[in-house]
Design a protein around this ligand. Structure first.
Ligand code: AMP
Length: 281
């Protein structure tokens, strides 16, 4: 595995890969890598000739009161995990390399970003789409791998790539979970023992919503109420939102049919966790 830190170098390497007739896979991450990230790398390694993963804690996607300064970092562990999961080129730029000059240009996606994570974290998605746009422009034509764990992000990025005709195929990858159902997240390391024990309530709530759909429930309000009630049973959990939406455009639905996503965001003390589950009825 080769580690590169400059835009010029990673671009030259990946241009060379394509000139030789090989395909490129891109896995954007913020580091503190875990088995969820590893699953994206494994899939990219299966489907592409050369895999590049980026490790960049993107300051643009943190709102001012968020955890940018304390975001977990593990450079040595990240390099090992990436190498073990088929990454050929690790792109690890400094903030100055990516945004040395504070950007005057940002890329933002309308409508899809005004709710859920966008409502709770204003400016977050413009930060995400700006950095993903930049990473795609740096990497060039490729397949880009994103986790379903961040469902809204996946929908937003897919739309940006379509709207702006990027030569990039977006690939969504299934959420990797702990044995007790908690979705893996770099932010899980913030949870104390009690909050960690309580956190699987998110997945139980989503699963209860999905089970009620499987049992024939078609009323959105009743599914939401069921999911809320389950989360409220857990004293350490503070609900941010739950909803049932159309999977492709995140519009909340009342009469449930088609491809749906159950979404949840819940706080445990200062730590905010998100998760989601897909259901087709
Ligand atoms: P992050 O480092 O949190 O920005 O995540 C980088 C990529 O990994 C994003 O596309 C995430 O959706 C994805 N990811 C994070 N957690 C998981 C997980 N538990 N399962 C699958 N993908 C994940």
């Amino acid at each position: 595995m080769r580690t590169v830190t400059t835009i010029t170098e990673v671009r030259a390497v990946l241009d060379g890969v394509r000139r030789q007739g090989n395909t490129v896979g891109l896995v954007p991450t913020m580091g503190a890598l875990h088995a969820g990230h590893a699953s994206l790398m494994d899939r990219a390694a299966d489907e592409c000739d050369v895999v590049t993963a980026s490790l960049f804690v993107n300051p643009l996607q943190f709102t001012p009161e968020e955890d940018l300064a304390s975001y977990p970092q593990d450079p040595a562990g990240d390099a090992q995990l990436a190498e073990d999961h088929g990454v050929d080129v690790l792109f690890r730029p400094a903030v100055a390399e990516m945004f040395g000059e504070a950007p005057l240009t940002t890329v933002s996606v309308a409508e899809l970003t005004d709710r859920f994570e966008g409502a709770s974290r204003p400016t977050h998605f413009a930060g995400v789409t700006t950095v993903v746009c930049k990473l795609c422009n740096i990497a060039g034509p490729c397949r880009a791998y994103f986790g379903e764990k961040d469902w809204q992000q996946l929908v937003v990025v897919t739309r940006m790539i379509r709207d702006l005709s990027f030569p990039v195929d977006v690939v969504g990858c299934a959420t990797v979970r702990e044995p007790d159902g908690l979705a893996l997240s770099s932010r899980n390391t913030y949870l104390g023992a009690e909050a960690r024990a309580a956190a699987p309530v998110i997945r139980r709530s989503l699963q209860a919503g999905a089970d009620s759909l499987a049992d024939g429930e078609r009323d959105g309000a009743r599914v939401r109420a069921l999911m809320v009630a389950l989360i409220e049973v857990e004293p350490l959990a503070r609900l941010d939102y739950v909803d049932v939406v159309r999977a492709d455009d995140l519009v909340p639905v009342e009469r449930l049919h088609g491809e749906l996503r159950l979404l949840a965001a819940v706080r445990f003390g200062p730590t905010r966790l998100i998760d989601n589950l897909g259901v087709t009825v």
